[in-house]
Write a protein that binds this ligand. Structure first.
Ligand SMILES: [Zn+2]
Length: 387
């Protein structure tokens, strides 16, 4: 996010509140979770995290004032019924209500009409939920996109009327692509499949077969035979394995040896393209041109990541959802990045690799302020039309 020195207000709006008929409240993005189950919604005002948003980088042109708004129809706790929330967001109406809220806030906060720039971030997340439920090529998702497009048109018309076409810049991007449902791909003759990594409540005999196979291969590699209610793997999912520290200790097995055993077992498993131990990734022990390893490395946090990371083969899925995302495969990794605004050349297609990480520094350059500290992207000079 753009660093804003002393913004007038910074709010995280939870659409669920509006839908539930509550007064919209703020939500601390880093907080323990939305507090609006049964209690009264919080009053409007800056959330505690935003006080810490000031960075040590001195802006070239200090911004004082300005509003930072983040809107989302991302699934949040709605009323007391979690299922209703899911049904609602997996519905085109969510984008419509979200756009209504954005339109209302543009007026209420007089966005774009003060002396300082305002930042409005909107996450149309229904597309994600509908994609998970029905698959990326489904009629349901095409319909959701068509309707989200209509909502964008309403938003642009509103901004044109409120601040004029030259009065704002717009960036549209996505945080991931998606893979198709493996069953559909199999029916079309692709090498595709679904990994069975379900937990089985701690009992090996009830685990998904792929998870069970890895547990057994680890027994063999480590020279230990665990019982049916014992397991090496505490968590298997989201492209990583977390080993059970207590089990390793009880069995007198070194973490490193167990991670290597799990890694070796994974690489022999169906549907797995590559696996690396966390240590291997952190130490950079992979070929420099290995783009899968590089992607896994970029996703690795020294403390929070699993002990082993893995990548699925194209068209394979390790989830019970109809379709999903989160692999380093190109259909999953590539996203659109669209820009419009003052100085942005009309109709230009940038024919080189860019990334959503370029959004923050490019917006900073447009506003003639320094980019946020720790910024990884670069300024897209092709977009802002000046070197
Ligand atoms: Zn998703």
């Amino acid at each position: 996010m753009m660093h804003v020195r002393s913004q007038r207000s910074a709010l995280w709006w939870a659409l669920a509140l509006v839908v539930a008929g509550c007064v919209p409240g703020t939500r601390d993005e880093n907080g323990p979770g939305p507090p609006f189950g049964g209690g009264p919604p919080k009053r409007l005002g800056p959330g505690p995290m935003f006080g810490a948003a000031t960075t040590s980088v001195k802006p070239a042109r200090p911004i004082t004032g300005g509003t930072l708004l983040a809107l989302s129809d991302e699934r949040t706790a709605i009323a007391a019924d979690p299922d209703r929330d899911r049904i609602f967001v997996a519905d085109y109406l969510a984008s419509q209500v979200l756009a209504d809220l954005a339109l209302e806030l543009i007026d209420r906060h007089a966005l774009g009409r003060g002396p300082a720039p305002d930042l409005l971030a909107i996450s149309f997340s229904s597309t994600d939920y509908v994609g998970h439920e029905y698959g990326p090529d489904s009629h349901e998702l095409l319909d959701t996109y068509a309707r989200a497009d209509r909502e964008l048109a309403r938003l642009l018309a509103k901004l044109d009327a409120a601040v004029g076409a030259e009065g704002y810049a717009l960036v549209i991007c996505a945080d991931h692509g998606a893979g198709e449902a493996p069953e559909k791909l199999i029916s079309l003759g692709y090498d595709a499949g679904r990994l069975e990594t379900g937990g089985g409540g701690g009992h090996r005999s009830k685990m998904g077969r792929d998870r069970r196979a890895i547990e057994q291969a680890m027994d063999e590699a480590l020279g230990k035979k665990l019982g049916d209610d014992e397991r090496w793997i505490a968590h298997f999912g989201d492209g990583e394995i977390h080993l059970d520290r207590a089990r390793l200790k009880a069995q007198g097995v070194e973490l490193r040896a167990a991670a290597e055993a799990a890694c070796a077992a994974l690489t022999k498993q169906r549907g797995i393209a590559a696996a690396f131990t966390k240590t291997q990734l952190l130490e950079g022990r992979f070929a420099p041109n290995d783009r899968v390893a590089r992607a896994l490395r970029l996703s690795t946090h020294p403390l929070r990541s699993g002990d082993v990371a893995f990548a699925l083969k194209p068209f394979w899925l390790a989830s019970r959802l109809t379709a999903s995302h989160g692999t380093p495969n190109l259909y999953d990794q590539r996203v659109p990045l669209l820009w419009m605004g003052p100085g942005v050349p009309r109709g230009r297609v940038v024919d080189e690799a860019v990334t959503p990480a370029d959004v923050a520094p490019t917006l900073a350059a447009m506003l003639r302020v320094e980019p946020p500290a720790g910024c990884e992207g670069r300024v897209l000079t092709q977009v802002i039309g000046r070197p």
